[in-house]
Design a protein around this ligand. Sequence first.
Ligand code: ATP
Length: 214
Amino acid sequence: MSTDQHKIPQATAKRLPLYYRFINNLHHQGKLRVSSKELSEAVKVDSATIRRDFSYFGALGKKGYGYNVEYLLSFFRKTLDQDELTKVALIGVGNLGTAFLHYNFMKNNNTKIEMAFDADKGKVGEEVGGVSVYHIDQLEDMLKNTDVAILTVPSSEAQNITERLVEAGVSGILNFTPARITVPDHVRVHHIDLSVELQSLVYFLKHYPLDEEE
Ligand code: ATP
């Protein structure tokens, strides 16, 4: 499976979790097959793209028959490492960080926030959403076998903490701060700036209104 994964284009790989979530729901409902049309309507990806994506997964849909749900589910589980729990650390237990600690990521994917860090002594030692909060000074001691970190600290702290995370062996960072952080080549950063996303949505609504339904 791992050799095949290299052949999946990045754009297809990005849609994998989306497909996985939908197929998992179908499986829970006891469905055995799904057509590319049904998939297309549910995940809002056009059916030609779905057929191309699924050909990379080795899934052959038959006309009028659809794709085998069981096969797809086991493919996605293996490819997304769903059988292996990914441990995540969260840095910065402010408003956003607290919300993430209360959010159940396990519901849809196999990731779990195992520990949190903050510089505020009032927050250290607390449990938020069942996750213990440690002092940021303990980062290097506590972070063992943790590949992924969520960054919800103030922007001014982002670069410094990133460097410590990288030094501690973290290879993936989900950055919710507006700061553009610099990392070595082997580290992947996904940047989510909620205010920019919101502003962008408002801009698009104003300047690129969607056609009214006929
Ligand atoms: P709050 O209202 O709880 O302060 P916020 O999200 O508005 O939340 P921010 O100033 O963005 O506050 O800070 C987010 C969190 O990051 C806070 O809990 C803060 O204590 C923590 N923090 C600040 N500096 C650091 C640091 N160097 N290391 C770890 N955590 C930090």
